[in-house]
Design a protein around this ligand. Structure first.
Ligand SMILES: [Zn+2]
Length: 427
């Protein structure tokens, strides 16, 4: 039994490594070199050269001098004089917790919101559930506790072969669940999960070096991508659900097109990647590193990537705005920074968190940002005005692990290790 599964996986692996890159080798090399060339990366503040960076340093020094970091400080040093987003006076200042869902006993690792206002939550390395955002009622499960990990609950596995030079796919009964789709001992377990912006696709990465793709509407496993040579520890999926990106061994980034079923780019970095996001169209990658660097690269063109020393400490979370104009980064020192992707300049520095940032999300209106930290604090910011709109010191009693933004721009959902998922609305 075991052998046949291993044979099957080996065959899948072999076929997947033969993909033809849609991007030329030259471009691969170019991207690789660009990423590895530490262009504007400065290792210490004293080496900072540009005006922007001096401004950042001065600001950081100011913050250090004041000793106490609070919202009364000039939290928004506008380095970039050109307004990227116009201040919208209609945005509400006040937010409230509209709903608390006790979602996963061992803590919630992830939350996403579909455009139809359905919440998707995952537990720690297992189970994906759906919830009605209005009522908090359960709307089913995409991955159950005992979903057979070998076949994703389908009850059958596919073996690729060829007959008279034509590629064939032969379905056989899953050897680990005998076709029932459930196996309590070999239940599906995953390291990371992400929901696409259109709410249709969930991707998970598992220890067997696979990324599994699930149809959220039908609650069914659809396909698996083998991530040789290592497990994908970080995942990102584009808003349209067509492109995914994953990080292996904290250094290798792979971009994979789900429609074409092929790898479209593979990049390597010298630094230790700690977080990743991908733009709505799947063209722009945003990476944060342990060294405090921010990388932005367009995987479809040879435009040199943005590579800046964004923070003095490790970056814990990054997010891109839906319009692809802004990037935000959250640091171990509690600071959140907003960057213009067109100029590479720093727009705002937000200082209100007292603990490392653990999650970030920008609303689809590109005006509102939510930040969460490991002490359970939630802050909501106006990106245009550079202001703190509202903050909740004890939004959760444990680490905020993920934040999702609702389509209306007035809703955020937070997931926490305290077992709950909360829905926040402006009023
Ligand atoms: Zn099975």
């Amino acid at each position: 039994m075991e052998d046949s599964v291993e044979d099957f996986l080996r065959e899948v692996t072999t076929s997947k490594t033969e993909v033809i890159p849609a991007v030329s080798d030259d471009l691969f090399e170019k991207l690789l070199q660009d990423l590895d060339t530490p262009t504007p990366v400065q290792s210490t503040p004293s080496q900072l050269k540009t005006e922007d960076d001096e401004f950042i340093t001065a600001f950081v020094e100011d913050v250090k001098r004041t000793a106490i970091v609070n919202s009364d400080l000039p939290v928004a040093p506008v380095v970039d004089s050109s307004p990227v987003v116009s201040a919208d006076e209609t945005i509400s200042q006040l937010w409230r917790c509209a709903r608390t869902i006790h979602a996963h006993d061992q803590g919630c690792a992830y939350v996403g919101i579909t455009p139809r206002e359905v919440l998707l939550t995952t537990g720690q390395r297992k189970v994906a559930k759906l919830w009605d955002i209005e009522t908090g009622a359960s709307k089913g499960m995409v991955i159950k506790e005992d979903t057979c990990s070998t076949c994703g609950g389908l009850g059958k596995v596919y073996k690729e072969g060829s007959l008279l030079f034509v590629k064939t796919k032969q379905a056989t009964i899953c050897p680990d669940c005998e076709g029932f789709g459930t196996n309590s001992e070999k239940g599906e377990r995953f390291l990371a999960a992400k929901l696409s912006g259109d709410g249709n696709t969930l991707i998970t990465s598992s220890l067997d070096k696979q990324i599994k793709v699930w149809n959220v509407r039908t609650c069914k496993f659809t396909t698996a991508i083998v991530t040789e040579p290592a497990v994908a520890s970080m995942l990102a999926i584009s808003g349209n659900g067509k492109v995914i990106s994953y990080v292996m061994q904290n250094r290798t980034i792979v971009v994979y097109n789900l429609e074409q079923q092929q790898e479209t780019a593979k990049l390597k970095r010298n630094g230790i990647i700690t977080c990743i996001d991908i733009s709505y169209d799947g063209n722009i990658l945003l990476l944060g590193t342990e060294e405090g660097n921010i990388n932005v690269c367009d995987v479809t063109t040879a435009v040199p990537p943005m590579n800046v020393r964004g923070h003095q400490n490790g970056i814990m979370a990054v997010a891109l705005s839906q319009d692809g104009m802004l990037a935000v980064s959250g640091c171990r020192d509690g600071q959140v920074r907003v960057w213009s992707l067109s100029t590479g300049n720093l727009i705002h520095t937000f200082s209100h968190h007292l603990a490392p940032i653990s999650a970030l999300a920008i609303a689809p209106d590109n005006l509102t940002l939510a930040s969460g930290s490991i002490d359970g604090m939630l802050c909501i910011w106006h990106l245009g005005r550079g202001q703190l709109l509202d903050s909740f010191t004890h939004a959760h009693t444990d680490r905020i692990t993920a934040i999702a933004a609702g389509a209306d721009g007035q809703t955020f959902a937070t997931a926490s290790l305290d077992s709950t998922v909360k829905v926040w609305r402006s009023f």
